[in-house]
Ligand binder design. Structure first.
Ligand code: SF4
Ligand code: SF4
Length: 371
């Protein structure tokens, strides 16, 4: 999408406002400046080189790019993708990223992860001695699971082992680079993508399995956009689970639980992965009680695209919308970042929800004590 194409798409917006009520940031902030048509107007100013107010810049950076407006817009304007391009243009014009983004960017450049974790502690979650085995399949753990949502890393690793998947870990695993991309620093994203691709090539990697919906989306969609060639198959762990569970000789124990599964934007609406998590849970005897708005209409958790690191209150208020509407006490996620934000919000607001990563439940149903 070049500048002319973006401006042509923006010109299609007739301010019908059909999308406004669905926008989670608009609903949480109750501010029209943070609605899809307002963001398109700002983007037009950005690409026409006009001056911008701080609130206008904020409106571009506080959109979690959930993509719900893309689906609703009768003119089919790809608003969330236009936000990507707008952030890049803001960075080129020196108007972005914001100071808080820049601190995180400096951290990634210094320690190789987006959460300021000690690189020597990246593998602390690992229940075994580091497995020095080689494989053409890499289990790419990701920054958040490695440091802040360690249960998701640990249970994913153990489930892959129990299900007999041939995979390796990469001792020098580094950030996937999504934060650079989402903040508009595509120059840094490109460097990181090239660096990671070189590592994967040197290891002979043909397939990557991720546990984080953000890493998954970054490898699958952003890497091919910025790199000349990216021929590695990218899978989120949940895509593999139903068939692997079905093939098991000893069937998983039925856990007899009820949970809510709020579809993460980057796995659900953006990639259409709706059945695999529900089927994997069903095979383990876990019943999914659906949110009123689920699958392609699911409401964003409010964490993605760099907004939680800068607009924490907004992320909190968006997450409340999901927590308040979840019909069960236990909420299962396939995205460690959704899980982290929903869990934090539940604790802070005393919502009393129990947040678990999907493989935590799968592991429980596969563990010897349960069989
Ligand atoms: S992508 Fe989501 S948060 Fe951003 S403008 Fe669209 S509906 Fe609102
Ligand atoms: S639905 Fe589409 S055309 Fe209508 S206001 Fe939203 S972006 Fe503009």
């Amino acid at each position: 999408m070049n500048k002319k194409e973006i401006l042509d798409l923006i010109a299609l917006c007739d301010q019908c406002n059909i999308c406004v009520g669905s926008c989670s940031t608009y609903r949480a902030a109750k501010n029209e400046a943070f609605s899809p048509p307002a963001r398109l107007k700002v983007t037009e100013k950005v690409f026409k080189g006009e001056s911008l107010s701080p609130e206008e810049i904020e409106s571009i950076y506080n959109c979690p790019q959930c993509g719900l407006c893309d689906l609703i817009c009768p003119k089919k304007i790809p608003i969330s993708e236009i936000m990507d391009k707008c952030r890049r243009e803001l960075a080129i014009r020196g108007l972005g990223p914001l100071d808080k983004h820049n601190k995180i960017i400096e951290g990634i450049l210094k320690v190789g992860n987006a959460v300021n974790g000690d690189p020597d502690k990246r593998w602390d979650w690992l229940p075994d001695k580091f497995p020095e085995r080689e494989s053409d399949t890499l289990f790419y753990v990701g920054c958040l699971p490695s440091y802040l949502v360690k249960n998701s890393a640990r249970s994913s690793y153990l489930v892959l082992k129990k299900l007999g998947v041939d995979f390796m870990l990469h001792k020098d695993e580094d950030c996937c680079g999504i934060y650079f991309y989402n903040s508009g620093r595509w120059d840094l994203a490109q460097e990181k993508f090239e660096e990671n691709l070189e590592r994967f090539r040197n290891l002979g990697i043909k397939r990557i399995i991720t546990t984080c919906a953000g890493c998954f989306y970054c490898f699958k969609r952003y890497y091919p956009r910025l790199l000349d060639e990216f021929n590695i198959q990218v899978l989120h762990i949940v895509e593999m689970l139903p068939s692997l569970l079905q093939k098991m000789e000893v069937k998983p124990k039925k856990l007899k639980r009820e949970v809510t599964y709020p579809d993460p934007c980057r796995l659900g609406r953006k990639e259409g992965i709706y059945n695999a998590p529900r089927e994997a849970l069903r095979l383990c005897g876990v019943e999914v009680k659906e949110m009123e708005k689920n699958k392609e209409k699911a409401v964003c958790c409010g964490a993605g695209a760099g907004i939680r690191s800068v607009y924490r209150d907004l992320s909190f208020n968006i997450a409340r919308q999901t927590l308040d509407k979840a019909p069960t006490k236990t909420i299962v996620s396939t995205c460690p970042f959704c899980l982290f934000n929903l869990s934090y919000t539940s604790k802070k607001s005393s919502a009393g929800k129990n947040l678990v990563y999907i493989t935590d439940l799968i592991l429980e149903s596969l563990s010897p004590a349960s069989l």
